[in-house]
Write a protein that binds this ligand. Structure first.
Ligand SMILES: NC(=O)c1ccc[n+]([C@@H]2O[C@H](COP(=O)([O-])OP(=O)(O)OC[C@H]3O[C@@H](n4cnc5c(N)ncnc54)[C@H](OP(=O)(O)O)[C@@H]3O)[C@@H](O)[C@H]2O)c1
Length: 385
């Protein structure tokens, strides 16, 4: 992306940086996968310390590769590029990725909707799990051999990466790498939506769009565990049935029915909050579903950006509106530890089941993007190196 293209950016996005116009592309059917895994480090490894770095020597030549977007565009801009295995510096860790989560965020970056920090060859991906292979000096929170997960903007579509060790969280026993990689960004998002953007309480009624999606299935179950009545929307009868099985009390097929009318039937006084990451096609209707003083949480735009919001629209019901971004929460002191513990607790207790309904080879990330943007996916999607 050129500097002039970046300067046309004019909306806030999920990274806290400005962005410009909407993404989009074509559909393709995805495959399914199981949740099993324990790809930890090779037991025949030997431990070495060299030049201030501690790591694992596996007696083999590591060939690293990344999936890069060569320029902003459709899934066809994604290419595999071989790289040297990077080495960690002070405060950093080298990871061998075992599973990588796919998020709509990746498509926003790939398309150029969100600004790039590099001119070309942007490594996408903001959520992954892996094994620590080496650490630089001054790293105290993780050690070689640890299974870890993280969320950070871009850089995850790679077999290996070096990352600031402070972003890493150890994966508890009993949670697989795949589950952790699939759910970390999405689950932390669910956490801040329900505890920060609009702190739900037992007895509330809320509306959540795209309820059968990656974030949607996690949120539905978490809301149910909190005693909140969750009304969902989803595209098509199969997605509606899936969402109903994941905590939602009612799910409206918003490709068939007028969701505003349906919500008025289900909650005549309106809902306390609407969580809307569909954006362009839903936001006006979302405001009409709120009760007086209700909260509009706009946290994404899978159908396209909201370009015509006027703050006076909130006067219709003295509404509150917020446009949050996960990484602004992750940066708060102590937040990552607290939120990840809460997420792992929900998963570990079985309150929140993580559905990995699509899995692709990392080298085939383009097919994952095509499926996600084509509304062909449900639940979580992962890539495996
Ligand atoms: N702000 C943040 O911090 C943050 C963090 C994480 C995620 N998000 C946002 O949360 C949303 C969900 O993320 P996700 O990764 O879990 O994705 P997802 O929900 O699995 O996929 C997006 C869904 O949006 C719906 N959709 C409606 N209109 C669409 C259109 N025109 N094109 C494509 N999809 C459309 C589709 O569901 P139906 O077929 O059921 O309509 C689709 O499955 C995204 O908007 C993402 O950007 C925001």
């Amino acid at each position: 992306m050129t500097a002039s293209a970046r300067s046309r950016s004019n909306y806030l996005n999920d990274t806290g940086y400005p962005h410009k116009s909407p993404p989009h592309s074509n559909p393709r059917t995805a495959s399914s996968t199981s949740n099993s895994s324990d790809r930890s480090f090779n037991p025949s490894t030997t431990w070495i310390t060299f030049l201030g770095r501690t790591g694992i020597c596996q007696g083999e030549n590591h060939v690293a590769y990344s999936i890069v977007a060569t320029r902003p565009g459709g899934p066809e801009v994604l290419q595999k590029k071989e790289t040297e295995v990077p080495q960690p510096g002070a405060g950093e860790a080298l990871l061998r990725h075992t599973a990588i989560g796919v998020n709509f965020l990746d498509a926003y970056f790939r398309s150029g909707l969100y600004p790039w920090s590099v001119e070309s060859d942007l490594v996408l991906g903001s959520e992954a799990a892996g094994v620590v292979e080496a650490v630089g000096s001054s790293v105290g929170n993780v050690s070689p051999g640890d299974r870890v997960v993280y969320t950070a903007p871009n850089g995850a579509y790679a077999s290996h990466r070096v990352i600031d060790a402070k972003t890493l969280v150890k994966i508890p026993d009993g949670i697989s790498d795949e589950i952790a990689a699939a759910s970390f960004l999405k689950g932390l998002t669910a956490y801040y939506l329900l505890h920060g953007s609009f702190a739900v309480k037992e007895g509330d009624t809320v509306l959540f769009h795209a309820a059968a999606g990656g974030v949607g299935l996690i949120v539905g179950q978490w809301l149910a565990a909190k005693g909140v009545r969750a009304i969902g929307t989803a595209g098509g009868p199969e997605k509606c049935a899936l969402a109903l099985d994941h905590g939602y009390s009612d799910v409206i097929d918003y490709r068939k029915d007028d969701f505003v009318e349906k919500v008025k039937e289900l909650a005549p006084d309106g809902v306390e909050a609407v969580y809307d990451a569909v954006g362009k096609t839903t936001w006006r209707g979302s405001l009409k579903c709120l009760k007086l003083h209700g909260t509009f949480v706009s946290f994404g735009q899978s159908s396209g950006a909201i370009t015509d919001f006027n703050i006076s629209e909130l006067a219709a019901g003295s509404f509150h509106a917020t446009r949050p971004t996960l990484f602004h929460f992750v940066g708060l002191p102590g937040w990552l530890d607290k939120a990840s513990a809460a997420l792992f607790d929900q998963i570990g207790s079985g309150s929140v089941r993580i559905n990995i309904n699509q899995s692709f080879d990392l080298a085939d990330a383009a097919s994952a993007h095509t499926a996600l943007e084509g509304r062909q996916t449900t639940g979580c999607t992962i890539l495996t190196p």
